[in-house]
Ligand binder design. Structure first.
Ligand SMILES: O=P(O)(O)OC[C@H]1O[C@H](O)[C@H](O)[C@@H](O)[C@@H]1O
Length: 299
């Protein structure tokens, strides 16, 4: 199955590459959405939204200036799609972190301009034969994105195997902030979390989530929206079918060990939506799971 060719793209959608868009040394194909609402860039590698700039505004997403754009390597920033598992695979810790799909090339199968001026893109991917020995399930994933004055991202994961498939995932948003000190995440007050900086001990968050040093927290079974407030904007993250919220920033010390983060760690916070840990899914043979995350301007 091939990508749409350029003539099949609707108005406001075009192909470009990471060098032209971001000045990267690696040159990977990207899709650009440029409409009255926004300008957005999506990489075919990982079906990863890399930039979303509402008209007259600044980018909601952070992309590392040192991001690499080569197959088999994760792109640091934007919204990586981590699946068919999130983080370290709990059943087989030796498998690649965050699943196979964030560093594989997806296919762009549809690009549609909607009556209200929004653009919808549909990307698809299937499990690769070479992965079967490590993860013995066959599955398909459709990622649909709707770009308007909000960014909607919907995942549909289908299990086409004869047995139940363990599924966890995350839509791993890197949200741009201007000064980590002023970044505040609300909507998690009174919720328990697994502290990934302290052997996943279960703890309680009281009040707002702030960022002093490394933060790596998994909130399960969340029924609320999150609001991310910085000195210059307020964003809302909401979701259905993705009740796990992961909040992450490496802090200065860990960031120094990450070649594609380094001293840029203060430019983003990750507020991710997915299903992981207690929210992990047992996806029956032939069944599918749908999840949607929406980023919007908060009042
Ligand atoms: O460095 P990566 O493999 O992209 O992972 C980046 C981060 O993803 C999630 O937020 C996890 O909770 C963190 O533990 C992890 O460090």
């Amino acid at each position: 199955m091939n990508n749409l060719n350029a003539a099949e793209l609707c108005q406001g959608v075009s192909y470009s590459n990471s060098t032209a868009e971001f000045g990267s040394a690696d040159n990977a194909p990207v899709v650009v959405v440029d409409t009255a609402y926004c300008r957005a860039v999506v990489s075919l590698l990982g079906a990863q939204v890399l930039s979303f700039i509402p008209r007259g505004g600044r980018d909601w997403l952070w992309l590392s200036p040192r991001a690499r754009f080569t197959e088999g390597q994760a792109i640091r920033g934007g919204i990586p799609l981590c699946l068919p598992w999130f983080g370290v695979n709990r059943h087989q810790p030796g498998l690649p972190k965050h699943g196979f799909l964030r560093s594989r090339e997806w296919q762009l199968r549809a690009a549609e301009c909607m009556a209200d001026g929004a653009v919808r893109l549909r990307f698809e991917i299937s499990s690769a034969e070479g992965e079967f020995t490590q993860f013995p399930w066959r599955y398909q994933v459709v990622a649909e994105m709707v770009f308007s004055d909000t960014l909607r991202l919907q995942l549909t994961i289908s299990n086409s195997s004869a047995t139940t498939m363990p599924l966890s995932f995350a839509m791993h948003s890197y949200l741009a902030v201007h000064g980590l000190d002023s970044a505040v995440v609300s909507g998690l007050d009174g919720q328990h979390f697994l502290d990934n900086t302290d052997e996943l001990r279960r703890k309680l968050l009281r009040g707002e989530q702030r960022f002093e040093g490394e933060v790596d927290r998994v909130f399960e079974g969340v029924r609320t929206d999150q609001r991310i407030e910085t000195s210059e904007r307020r964003l809302r993250v909401s979701g259905t079918g993705c009740d796990t919220v992961i909040v992450w920033n490496p802090g200065a010390v860990l960031a120094r060990t990450m070649a594609d983060v380094g001293d840029s760690y203060g430019q983003y916070v990750c507020v991710e939506r997915g299903r992981a840990f207690a929210d992990e899914i047992e996806l029956d043979a032939g069944a599918e799971w749908r999840a949607e995350m929406c980023l919007s301007q908060a009042p």
